[in-house]
Design a protein around this ligand. Structure first.
Ligand SMILES: Nc1ncnc2c1ncn2[C@@H]1O[C@H](COP(=O)(O)OP(=O)(O)OP(=O)(O)O)[C@@H](O)[C@H]1O
Length: 646
């Protein structure tokens, strides 16, 4: 805001606007977020209509009025450089700063000066850190909150624009400029898990936009979103930044490609406008956490809701220096460069004038620079401008012009608009991942299903085989059981038949033997019956004989022991010996007798065996066979007894 001169003078240019009188300079530290919470920042004038704004981008504002935010302007004075210290040694600076009052006095002559008020007044002693905090930090914070922001340096060539914005501060970290410090704050605030930072670095030279990160790409066009009015450069390279080191490297690469020249006024004068664009995309975490805690039927529905993201864009513009052609002494190509620079800067000045004066027409299309900055002046971005001036009285005219540019820019009001949107791309990516997972899960389930079917079929097959086997076994058992029953029935019938035959007076016919000793077939039945009975009797006799023999043996043993005892004691007398001898003879006789009986039994047994064998060879009914089998078993029993006795 222009103020009355210290000499009680008048307002300059007669363009003082009453609205500015009440527009107390605002702290550059206020940000849109706090403005939203507290009372809206008072506007410096009525909100411009769409046709009147440098950024005709009111499409977005129609939906959401946004937050008023005047362009903030700080003035920075460069200290005298060596050449000025010598050349202007006898002259006072053309400006006098009153930082505590945020005022600047521009000397007209030794006794008169004009006073101007800015949002911040930064003396030649202001540190880079302080400059960053008052000029840039609030804008960077807005960008992190999802607003667009612009930080721009404007001033005569050689007054410190690049020093303010672009110093890397590699040797001296205190000298780091706004670009480096802004990125430090951004990287410190975001989370790489959910957020991203993408950077483009370009230069506008002689009305062409060139990619400083890919110099052959030198015809990049400006695209405006018809709905939101947002300006973008889709042809520019976008580099993802994940750490400060890579950002410094990117700035170094870009700076190396920037057009610069050694002019009369600056040995390293930038001959192009440099534009750094930092796209910050952040997810709105609260909403995501709500989504992630959801479960049940709604979770699928909510899965389809895209995540909410905020996309802030920070644009840092290091303008080429304005210069008086006559003073710069440029010729040839340099002259053309200077003219082009001045043309674009004057187009910017005209637009800002139009905006400041609430003019119906803002000549945005006059240059690419104004098209690029459409959103920064009168648009939806939060804009901070630092105007740089030198102290030399020789350049008082240029300094005055810069101050006037800053003063007019202070009148431009933007409507800050939160760039919050649904991230359909990320939803699509998420759904793709989900789809892949579902396909994999489906395939897994399909395979598990097929495996299960195979397992069940094998199991069923095994069960069927087992049932068949059990059935066959049961059948066989039944068959055997019936066969056994049948055999028993036959046997019973046979027995019954024998009994009946006996009952009906069938006399026992002695076994008649053939010449060769075998039984005659006609007498087979009767001989079998008698054989059975005889065997039974023989069995009894044998048992008896065996008991006798056992007792005899025991007795013999006892006598043997007695004899041995007798022998040991010869004194027992002859009578006893004789007696014992007699007893022994008795026993021997007894034994002989038993052996005779055994021999008879043996003969009888042989006879029976013969008969049994004979019966075996004949085709007798089953009952006969069983009978013979029984005889055979008796025969073996007899054989055993006989062998034992012998
Ligand atoms: N605040 C400052 N303190 C110390 N030196 C400074 C300051 N500002 C600028 N300088 C010095 O002044 C010279 C010119 O600065 P710089 O190149 O930043 O100017 P510029 O405005 O970008 O010029 P141009 O428009 O020609 O590119 C440089 O040598 C720089 O180091």
């Amino acid at each position: 805001m222009r103020m009355a001169t210290s000499g009680g003078g008048n307002y300059r240019n007669g363009t003082y606007r009453s609205s500015l009188k009440v527009d107390k300079p605002l702290s550059l530290n206020s940000n849109p977020k706090s403005s939203v919470k507290s009372k809206p920042v008072p506007s410096s004038g009525p909100r411009r209509n769409s046709t009147g704004s440098l950024g005709a981008a009111t499409g977005a504002a129609k939906d959401d009025a946004g937050v008023p935010g005047r362009v903030r302007v700080a003035v920075r004075l460069r200290p005298r450089i060596a050449e000025e210290s010598v050349g202007d040694a006898d002259f006072a600076d053309c400006v006098e700063l009153q930082p505590e009052l945020k005022r600047l006095k521009l000397r007209k002559n030794n006794w008169d000066s004009d006073t101007y008020e800015f949002d911040e007044v930064l003396t030649e002693f202001a540190s880079q850190k302080r400059v960053y905090e008052v000029v840039a930090k609030p804008v960077v914070e807005s960008v992190l909150d999802g607003y667009n922001g612009t930080i721009m340096a404007y001033g005569q060539t050689g007054t410190g624009k690049t020093y303010t914005l672009g110093r890397l501060g590699e040797e001296d970290t205190a000298a780091r400029g706004i670009m480096v410090r802004a990125m430090e704050d951004i990287l410190a605030d975001i989370s790489f898990e959910t957020d991203s930072v993408l950077v483009s670095y370009l230069q506008l030279y002689m009305e062409t936009i060139q990619d400083l990160l890919d110099p052959p790409n030198d015809n990049i066009s400006i695209v405006e979103d018809p709905k939101t009015g947002d300006v973008s450069l889709p042809g520019a390279s976008l580099v993802e930044i994940r750490n400060q080191k890579s950002f410094l490297e990117l700035l170094r690469v870009g700076e190396a490609h920037r057009f610069a020249a050694n002019t009369k006024l600056n040995t390293e004068s930038s001959r192009s406008h440099a534009i750094l664009m930092v796209h910050v995309k952040r997810s709105v975490k609260g909403r995501q956490s709500v989504l992630s805690t959801d479960n049940g039927a709604n979770s699928h529905l909510k899965m389809l809701k895209p995540p909410l993201v905020r996309k802030g864009k920070l644009v840092v513009v290091d303008l080429a220096g304005s210069e008086r052609i006559d003073k710069s002494g440029s010729e040839g190509h340099a002259l053309e460069e200077a003219k082009s620079i001045n043309l674009s800067l004057s187009a910017l000045g005209k637009c800002i004038n139009a905006l400041a004066e609430n003019s119906a027409h803002v000549p945005v299309r006059d240059s690419k620079l104004t098209r690029l900055l459409k959103d920064s002046f009168g648009g939806t971005a939060r804009t901070s401008l630092v105007i740089t001036i030198g102290p030399s009285p020789r350049h008082r005219g240029e300094t005055a012009s810069t101050i006037m540019f800053g003063q007019r820019a202070m009148k431009v009001e933007n409507m800050l608009k939160l760039k919050e949107e649904f991230d359909y791309k990320s939803l699509s990516r998420r759904l793709d991942i989900q789809l892949d997972k579902l396909i994999a899960e489906h395939e897994r389930q399909q395979k598990a299903f097929e495996d299960e079917i195979e397992r069940i079929s094998i199991e069923a097959q095994t069960q069927i085989s087992e049932v068949e086997r059990n059935y066959e076994e049961a059948l066989e058992k039944e068959r055997l059981k019936y066969q056994k029953d049948y055999m028993e029935s036959i046997k019973k019938l046979e027995e019954q038949l024998v009994k009946n035959q006996q009952k009906h007076g069938n006399e026992k016919v002695p076994v008649r033997l053939k010449d060769d000793g075998s039984a005659l077939t006609s007498n087979t039945e009767s001989s079998k019956v008698s054989a059975v009975e005889e065997v039974a009797e023989l069995k009894k006799v044998l048992q008896k004989e065996s008991l006798l023999r056992k007792a005899a043996e025991e007795e013999v043993n006892s006598l043997k022991s007695q004899l041995a005892q007798c022998r040991r004691s010869e004194a027992s007398g002859n009578s006893d010996i004789l007696k014992l001898r007699k007893m022994l003879e008795d026993e021997a006789r007894q034994k002989e007798k038993l052996e005779g009986e055994i021999a008879i039994l043996h003969g009888q047994l042989l006879q029976l065996s013969f008969e049994a064998d004979e019966a075996d060879t004949l085709n007798l009914p089953y009952g006969h066979i069983l009978g013979c089998a029984s005889m055979a078993s008796n025969k073996s029993c007899l054989e055993f007894v006989l062998s034992f006795l012998s």
